[in-house]
Design a protein around this ligand. Structure first.
Ligand code: ADP
Ligand code: MG
Length: 246
């Protein structure tokens, strides 16, 4: 049975989509079957971080509604075991049918090793969609106090829902910034009150890859952010990997 992993944050712009793309492609590069679903309705951009175009992609609403099957979802040209569903641009007058979404995810569990949900920012209406059915959560924060506080709040909300497998990813970590702020990754973990899944350094390759329309792992296999995503992919599979910045 496949696992549903939601990548979320409290604050916007912490790197959820970049982390979702980096870690899911790292798993696909190991031959795992992966379904990536952009759940950021209206502000979708997981296609860019995956180096795909959203124009020809089915949305998860197309598949939930029964008009298409997941076998028709876009197959990644560089990672043939990875499929992608985008988010609808608008919902029109309707809302996402939570029951239909849950039913679709249940079916997808038997077809994929991992199903990634790329969440919208915050704890608004999209939060229920991405949190209700997920088994595990990767909570992405930056080092700023506001991001850490929002991550802590999001972690508390998940705890109230009985979701216990919540792990922190501290993104955009730069040695200089950390020492200037006089904080360490340990401090961030303590403030958020959550265990650590990984740290990802500030790396210009993340921005460049999206700008060139390539997945990070194809743009630069060995850059610091790629390596960090590959280590997180190992830890997701229960394989121990050291936590460091390179
Ligand atoms: P979110 O999905 O949380 O809104 P994104 O993944 O879209 O965040 O990232 C926001 C911006 O930060 C993007 O321009 C992205 O390229 C950049 N970014 C994310 N992670 C890193 C990183 N580790 N190093 C450098 N830039 C990053
Ligand atoms: Mg995003």
């Amino acid at each position: 049975m496949g696992e549903i992993i939601t990548v979320l944050s409290g604050k916007g712009g912490t790197g959820k989509t970049s982390v979702c793309a980096g870690v899911s492609t790292a798993l696909a590069a190991e031959g795992k079957t992966v379904l990536c679903i952009d759940c950021d309705i209206g502000l979708r951009n997981l296609d860019l971080s995956l180096g795909l175009s959203d124009s020809s992609s089915l949305s998860f609403m197309d598949v939930c509604g029964g008009a298409y099957s997941v076998e028709q979802a876009t197959v990644h040209p560089d990672f043939p075991t990875l499929r992608f569903l985008t988010a609808p641009i608008t919902l029109g007058s309707g809302a996402v049918d939570l029951e239909a979404f849950g039913h679709f995810l249940d079916t997808a569990r038997s077809q994929f090793d991992y199903i990634f949900l790329d969440a919208p920012a915050g704890v608004g209406s999209g939060f229920k969609l991405v949190s209700t059915f997920a088994d595990r959560f990767l909570l992405v924060t930056g080092p700023s106090p506001a991001a850490v506080r929002d991550a802590a709040r999001t972690g508390e909300l998940l705890e109230l829902m009985g979701k216990t497998d919540v792990r922190l990813i501290v993104n955009r970590v730069g040695k200089k910034m950390f020492s200037a702020l006089s904080i360490t990754v340990d401090d961030v973990m303590d403030s958020a009150g959550l265990p650590l899944m990984g740290i990802i350094p500030e790396d210009k390759n993340v921005v460049l890859a999206a700008a060139f329309g390539k997945p990070l792992l194809k743009h630069s296999k060995r850059c610091a952010a790629s390596s960090a995503c590959r280590r997180i992919a190992k830890r997701i599979q229960g394989i121990p990997e050291p936590i460091n910045l390179r």
